[in-house]
Design a protein around this ligand. Structure first.
Ligand code: NDP
Length: 255
């Protein structure tokens, strides 16, 4: 293996990706498997997880566990199954997330708690459970999926912005405590990506064009645009990168 290959190789590593049933999580799982990792795929939709598994291919080492990311016992079960099946846990990608749109004055308590529980509280509970194990083994990579709304307030997405702002701060706080144990905690802030989560936004042609006109790259992102960042932050190439929020946004934040 060349120096470059060994920097980015994930051979012998075991990863968990939450929300691997479609979109960014699916692309992350495929990228990690392509770099050599064994991957545990989680999400609520068992048949969609199987689809991701079949896209990765029969020769790769994968395992599906369905469940709700908000359920702490699902986190514990997934982590212990990963260790039982693949011998260790090296990488956790906290990707599962939801968005609910409504003006702040009308925002329901139900949506507020659902978004905060899914997008922020679950990131903490999965990170804490994985972090304990990684600290003990003296190595590990946690990659949180943040957002442009970790930096900006957005419109009509008050809970999402609060949660993703929290994800960025959580990333830095955990990175500070765990760097000395060889555990890297970082995040990726994707720009506007063509996935299920942005379907409603893209259906509004005027808003879609407004957004497009502000992206220096001149196009919306595809989940596959995140593959390089996922592998980088999961591999030894990023061993001295801690608490960083890496924007992969076609230049949106620089504009
Ligand atoms: P999708 O809606 O396509 O995918 C969301 C994923 O999260 C699905 O796999 C879904 O699985 C899973 N999920 C949602 N809720 C739960 C739950 N309660 N328990 C378990 N799994 C859950 O969205 P994206 O791929 O776009 O989003 C992925 C991440 O990227 C999210 O954190 C999102 O906030 C973030 N992001 C997306 C951007 C975009 O432009 N698309 C931009 C910035 C950040 P299932 O429904 O099967 O359970």
């Amino acid at each position: 293996m060349s120096f470059l290959e060994s920097l980015f190789s994930l051979e012998g590593n075991a990863a968990i990706v939450t929300g691997a049933s479609r979109g960014i999580g699916r692309a992350a799982a495929i990228a990690l498997a392509s770099a050599g990792a064994s991957v545990v795929l989680t999400g609520r939709d068992e048949s969609a997880l199987r689809e991701t598994q079949s896209m990765i291919g029969p020769n790769e080492r994968t395992h599906c566990i369905s469940g709700d990311v908000k359920d702490p016992s699902h986190a514990m079960e997934t982590i212990s199954t990963t260790v039982r099946t693949f011998g260790q846990l090296d990488i956790l990608v906290n990707n599962a997330g939801i968005i609910r749109r409504s003006a702040a004055v009308d925002y329901s308590a139900h949506d507020w708690y659902d978004v905060i529980d899914t997008d922020l509280n679950a990131v903490f509970s999965w990170s804490q459970a994985a972090g304990k194990l990684m600290i003990e083994q003296g190595s590990g990579k946690i990659v949180n999926i943040a957002s442009l709304l970790s930096f900006q307030g957005g419109l009509n997405v008050v809970a999402y912005s609060a949660a993703k702002g929290g994800v960025a701060q959580l990333t830095k706080a955990l990175a500070n405590e765990w760097a000395k144990y060889g555990v890297n905690v970082n995040a990726i802030a994707p720009g506007y990506m063509e996935t299920n989560a942005t379907a409603a936004l893209r259906a509004d042609t005027k808003r879609k064009e407004q957004i497009l006109s502000r992206i220096p790259a001149g196009r919306w992102g595809e989940p596959e645009d995140l593959a390089g960042a996922i592998v980088y932050l999961s591999s030894s190439a990023s061993d001295y990168v801690n608490g960083h929020i890496l924007a992969v946004d076609g230049g949106w934040l620089a504009y």
